[in-house]
Write a protein that binds this ligand. Structure first.
Ligand SMILES: [Zn+2]
Length: 349
């Protein structure tokens, strides 16, 4: 994509329990701001949409049954800190304005809406939001041998990518029947991918017998050809588990034309694991714990999935990366573009 390419239409999510108002705002923004607009008629359905739609901007009513606009605002701030939110209400009162501003709304509009002002605010904030997020979206591929490997290694970093509007794909090479019931682990992998707004490829290699050669390389190459990732995360070769080492080796070969490849830490990493990049994830640690909670069939039997262990590990690595929680990476290759994504995560953290 050349820098001269025209900006794509801003994507706006409009949330209002009154369908007439929502439709009015939608038509206005489509016609006068050239926006691509989706409508949600409750805070809950808005939250269900955001990971798939990836809005550049959210315009929400305050007073709605169920999740209110202010509660939605707080949740959006947590999930997508770079996305601007405009709050609108028919009830002009100081308390609303104060609580909206305290909850960090980017703009506060009163109904009946001043159309010209709404269009103006949406255009300005959508542009600012894109600039804040570095505009160019990354395409991320995270490769793991078994269900939950990727979430343990880079769950926080993937959440940061999701918040930046990047596209995420998870490739898991085995269903992990040795570590538990394969069907339930498949459902768990899907639930975690959904929480991240990620696409999931779940392959069927035999658990504990994954090879680092031909067949595994070809499987990964197929996904790389389809997804065209700009950033790849995979296992480290410094790992006691032979499946993890095999996947690391096969991924390194299959992603030889990808600009950035980094290796994450697994609970079975050896003392030779030697990270050189430390990504702050304190804003995403809660989300990482939610991701890991999806793997319910394992949490009872695996100490390394216990929230205090995950938190303590992230806390430990923060001695190198600052803040209070960090995920470490061994960098195999990297481009300047990638450094910006991590700078974004750090700045938002
Ligand atoms: Zn594993």
């Amino acid at each position: 994509m050349s820098p001269e390419a025209p900006p794509t239409a801003p994507r706006v999510l409009v949330v209002d329990d009154d369908p007439d108002v929502a439709l009015l705002v939608k038509v206005l923004l489509e016609r006068r701001a050239g926006a691509e607009v989706e409508v949600a008629t409750s805070g809950e359905s808005a939250l269900a949409r955001v990971s798939a739609f990836r809005p550049d901007l959210v315009v929400t009513d305050i007073e709605m049954p169920g999740l209110s606009g202010l509660e939605l605002l707080a949740e959006l701030r947590r999930r997508m800190p770079g996305v601007p939110v405009v709050v609108m209400t028919a009830h002009v009162s100081v308390e609303y304005a104060v609580s909206a501003l305290r909850a960090q709304a980017d703009e506060f509009l009163t109904k009946p809406l001043d159309n010209a002002r709404l269009v103006d605010v949406v255009q300005r904030l959508a542009e600012e939001g894109r600039a804040r997020r570095g505009h160019r979206r990354q395409t991320v591929l995270a490769v793991g041998a078994h269900p939950d490997d990727v979430e343990i290694g880079v769950g926080g970093i993937l959440d940061a990518h999701a918040a930046a509007g990047d596209e995420i794909t998870i490739l898991t090479l085995s269903r992990g029947s040795r570590g538990g019931n394969a069907d339930s682990r498949q459902g768990e992998s899907l639930a975690a991918a959904e929480l991240l707004g990620a696409r999931l490829f779940l392959k069927d290699l035999v658990d504990t017998e994954i090879s680092g050669g031909g067949a595994t390389v070809r499987l990964i190459e197929e996904v790389v050809a389809e997804v065209q990732p700009t950033v790849v995360y995979t296992h480290s070769v410094h790992d006691r588990h032979q499946d993890h080492r095999a996947v690391s080796e096969a991924t390194t070969v299959a992603t030889r034309r990808v600009g950035t490849v980094a290796c994450y830490q697994s609970p079975s990493a050896t003392i030779e694991f030697h990270p050189t990049r430390f990504v702050r994830i304190e804003d995403y640690l809660d989300r990482k714990l939610e991701l890991l909670a999806c793997f319910g069939s394992q949490t009872a039997s695996r100490d390394y999935l216990a929230p205090d262990f995950v938190t303590a590990t992230a806390r430990y690595w923060s001695r190198f990366g600052g803040g209070s929680a960090v995920e470490p990476l061994e960098i195999l290759r990297e481009t300047a573009e990638f450094v910006r994504v991590h700078a974004y995560a750090e700045q938002e953290a």
